[in-house]
Design a binder for this molecule. Structure first.
Ligand code: MN
Length: 234
C-alpha cells in the first residue's frame, strides 16, 4: 500500500530503478526482483542438491540491486568468493494473483539476461546456520542486467543456448530447455505467493558452471535469440 503525501517527503524519495527497453527510448521500471533457486538440474547437482522436481523456491533482490547495462560490476565488501550466475530474466508488464499456467505468458512484457551475482561464502554460512540469504544475494549491484527485449519482437523463448564467458573462456553453457520449472510455471507458482505487478523481474535460475570472479575479469554472456551482457569486474 502506498500513501500520497499531503505536503511532501522529508527527503527526496529514491529514484525508480529501471532498465532500458531495447530498440526504444523508454525505460522498464523495476518493481521487485524475484529469483528462483536450483532451476537447472546440473547446477543443483554441482551445489550438492537433489535435482528432482520439488516445488520451486524463491528469494528476492532489491529493485536497486539492478546494475543497468554499460556499467562495470563493483566487487562487493565482506567477501572473498563472489560467483557469477548467468540467467534468463523475465520482465512482467502485467500482474495478478493465482494466474493459471496457460495464461501466465500473457503477463510477460519481454525478456533480458542478467547475472545473479552471489557472495557465495556468505550464502554458504547463511545456509549452514539456517539464516536468510540476503547478505549473500541482495547486495548493491548484485543484479547486472541487459536491456529488456519486448516479447512482441522475440516471442517467448523456451529453448536457446545460455552461456557465460570469463576472460573469453566459456564457464557456463546450457540451454533454456533444461529449466526444471518453465517460465509459465514459475509465474503461476509465484502468483500464488505474491501479488505480481508490472515491473516485476524474475531471474529464472542458472545452469552449471558457476564460479568465482575477481577484479579485472571481463564477463560476457547471453541467451541466444534474446540478449547479451558484457561488463568488467572493478
Ligand atoms: Mn541464481
Amino acid at each position: 500500500m502506498t500513501l500520497s503525501p499531503a505536503a511532501g517527503y522529508v527527503f527526496d524519495p529514491p529514484a525508480v530503478a529501471a532498465l532500458p527497453v531495447a530498440g526504444t527510448e523508454n525505460l522498464f521500471p523495476v518493481h521487485r526482483i524475484y529469483c528462483v533457486g536450483r532451476n537447472y538440474a546440473d547446477h543443483a547437482i554441482e551445489m550438492g542438491h537433489d535435482p528432482s522436481r520439488e516445488a520451486p523456491f524463491f528469494f528476492q533482490k532489491n529493485p536497486d540491486s539492478i546494475l543497468p547495462p554499460g556499467h562495470d560490476f563493483p566487487y562487493p565488501s565482506a567477501t572473498r568468493d563472489v560467483h557469477h550466475e548467468m540467467e534468463l530474466v523475465v520482465a512482467l508488464g502485467g500482474g495478478g494473483v493465482d494466474v493459471p499456467v496457460d495464461r501466465a505468458l500473457d503477463l510477460v512484457f519481454g525478456y533480458g539476461v542478467g547475472l545473479d551475482m552471489t557472495r557465495r561464502d556468505l550464502q554458504g554460512e547463511a545456509k549452514k546456520a539456517g539464516r536468510p540469504w540476503e547478505v549473500g544475494k541482495a547486495f548493491e549491484a548484485s543484479a547486472p542486467a541487459s536491456a529488456i527485449v519486448p516479447a512482441s519482437r522475440i516471442g517467448h523463448p523456451a529453448s536457446g543456448r545460455i552461456w557465460l564467458e570469463v576472460n573469453g573462456a566459456v564457464k557456463q553453457d546450457g540451454d533454456l530447455a533444461q529449466m526444471i520449472w518453465k517460465v509459465p510455471e514459475m509465474i503461476a507458482y509465484l502468483s500464488g505467493l505474491f501479488r505480481l505487478q508490472p515491473g516485476d523481474l524474475i531471474f529464472s535460475g542458472t545452469p552449471a558452471g558457476v564460479g568465482p570472479v575477481v577484479r579485472g575479469d571481463r564477463l560476457r554472456g547471453g541467451v541466444d535469440g534474446v540478449a547479451e551482457i558484457a561488463l568488467g569486474v572493478v
